[in-house]
Design a protein around this ligand. Structure first.
Ligand SMILES: CC(C)(COP(=O)(O)OP(=O)(O)OC[C@H]1O[C@@H](n2cnc3c(N)ncnc32)[C@H](O)[C@@H]1OP(=O)(O)O)[C@@H](O)C(=O)NCCC(=O)NCCS
Length: 165
């Protein structure tokens, strides 16, 4: 079973584990044409498939999927997964459409880096992003991720704990 993680944040955003009651909201965000094209599986996802995915996720111990809230309202999502000895991948960054460009996902990125390197004590984090996704790439660069390689339209970016200022 998954370890419970108490909500955490920076005073503006709060990251708390996604719950079943959030699934409809986040699926609407995820299925928008403007959003889904930036995910490796770009298909529209049906609710039943989303729920089945969530049920599998709940059994995983190496995957934490967070809803981001600001002023008590959902503003986005992000995750850290494939948590292994010393490293993990971060991703599933997505903003609620009406909340875009307000800095919430940047703050979430900083928080998930802090969670990964601090609470989970990982020394290295990485992510994959489509090379056309300039907005996301800028955001990740601002939070210390550096391009390591690119292949098949995807850029892999990494962050070493030692390089966090
Ligand atoms: C990528 C994504 C999550 C970024 O979300 P966002 O809400 O734009 O993120 P932020 O607001 O934190 O930062 C983005 C911009 O807001 C600006 N910003 C930050 N704080 C701000 C503030 N307080 N007020 C106004 N603007 C602000 C940033 O400078 C940044 O500008 P830039 O894009 O010109 O560099 C969003 O575009 C999205 O959901 N995209 C679809 C899914 C996706 O691509 N996910 C990533 C897959 S790898």
């Amino acid at each position: 079973m998954k370890q419970y993680v108490a909500p955490f944040g920076d005073g503006t955003v709060v990251l708390r584990l996604v719950e079943e009651r959030d699934l409809e909201t986040i699926l609407v965000w995820r299925n928008r044409d403007e959003a889904r094209v930036w995910f490796k599986n770009s298909d529209r996802i049906a609710f039943e498939a989303h729920l089945a995915w969530y049920e599998r996720y709940c059994q995983k111990e190496d995957d934490f999927f967070f809803l981001v809230e600001a002023n008590g309202h959902p503003v986005g999502q992000c995750a850290i997964y494939d948590i292994g000895s010393g490293s993990a991948e971060v991703g599933r960054f997505l903003v609620a459409p009406e909340m875009a460009g307000q800095g919430y996902i940047g703050r979430s990125c900083a928080e998930i880096v802090r969670f990964g390197t601090g609470f989970l004590n990982l020394s290295y984090l990485f992510l994959e992003v489509m090379e056309q996704n300039a907005k996301a790439i800028r955001l990740y660069e601002r939070h210390g991720f550096i391009e390591e390689s690119r292949f098949g339209g995807l850029i892999r970016m990494g962050l070493d704990r030692g390089s966090i200022i």
